[in-house]
Design a protein around this ligand. Structure first.
Ligand SMILES: *Cc1c(COP(=O)(O)O)cnc(C)c1O
Length: 259
């Protein structure tokens, strides 16, 4: 599928008269390869995971990224993921990065056999529900424990982002490590305030505190931070996993609800 815009839009895009992402003039494989190049350049010798964030995007576009070699995908909505995943190759590795209500943990884990991680754990209650669902899945189909990231709110002054306080991260990490054997605590995640790189330092501090609480080396735990607008800065600040959506798949269009 080519993402060519209708002609007047394309002309406006090329002429730079409208603030459209360059993708409107490109394809998913081209955009993906450009993002990969930028991730590589920013990472140097380090291994940084690129997660393609595909919420609201049709399966056909995800398939184009898959055909270009992408395997790690991030999704935000349980219902959307549970519907999309079975239509796509089963070696796609799904990472859940949206707000997750504890009563949806079972639907998510049961409905997405190749779910490898939930990056937005923000309460012991949610961890316990995921533990229960992951234990049942391990029993039924085997495999590896489900990777868990604790979401940290590194911009509490905004009042809009989910996640635990930086101090709460260590406590929740300790709970997952001690009480949830079907889960594996892998690190911390944040959605920083756009343009505010203090969030990256705050996440690093939360990671270091969690590592100290668990008596493990800090670099054994991952930092999941950085999105389209700031992934290079996030990598420079130590990110191990960047989540990039619109720079790969184009701007998201949310359907207006029917009148
Ligand atoms: C949507 C989303 C992203 C990707 O955002 P872009 O700005 O489109 O790259 C990354 N992380 C989370 C948690 C998201 O919800």
């Amino acid at each position: 599928m080519r993402l060519t815009a209708p002609r007047p839009l394309l002309v406006a895009c090329l002429a730079g008269t409208r603030r459209l992402p360059a993708l409107h003039c490109s394809t998913v494989p081209d955009a993906l390869s450009e993002v990969r190049r930028r991730v590589r350049e920013a990472s140097g010798e380090r291994d940084v995971r690129l997660v393609a964030v595909s919420k609201t995007k049709p399966a056909a576009l995800l398939r184009e990224a898959y055909d270009a070699g992408q395997r790690e995908f991030g999704e935000n909505y349980v219902q959307e993921l549970v519907e999309k995943a079975p239509t796509l190759p089963d070696d796609m590795q799904w990472r859940f990065i949206g707000k997750l209500q504890s009563n949806k943990a079972k639907v998510l884990v049961e409905g997405v056999p190749n779910l490898v991680a939930v990056e937005t754990v923000d309460s012991a209650k949610l961890a316990d529900r995921l533990q229960k669902a992951a234990a049942a899945a391990l029993e039924a189909r085997g495999g590896a424990p489900l990777d868990i990231y604790v979401q940290v709110n590194t911009s509490p002054w905004e009042g809009t982002k989910g996640g635990v306080t930086p101090e709460g991260a260590a406590e929740l990490a300790a709970h997952v490590a001690a009480a949830c054997p079907a889960l594996r605590f892998r690190g911390v995640m944040t959605i920083g305030a756009p343009g505010d790189e203090r969030c990256f330092g705050a996440l690093r501090d939360a990671r270091d505190a969690a590592a100290a609480a668990l008596s493990v080396p800090a670099d054994s735990l991952e930092l999941s931070m950085g999105m389209s607008g700031d992934f290079e800065a996030a990598i420079a600040a130590g990110s191990d996993s960047v989540r990039v959506g619109s720079s790969i798949f184009g701007a998201r269009e949310y359907k207006a609800s029917k009148p």
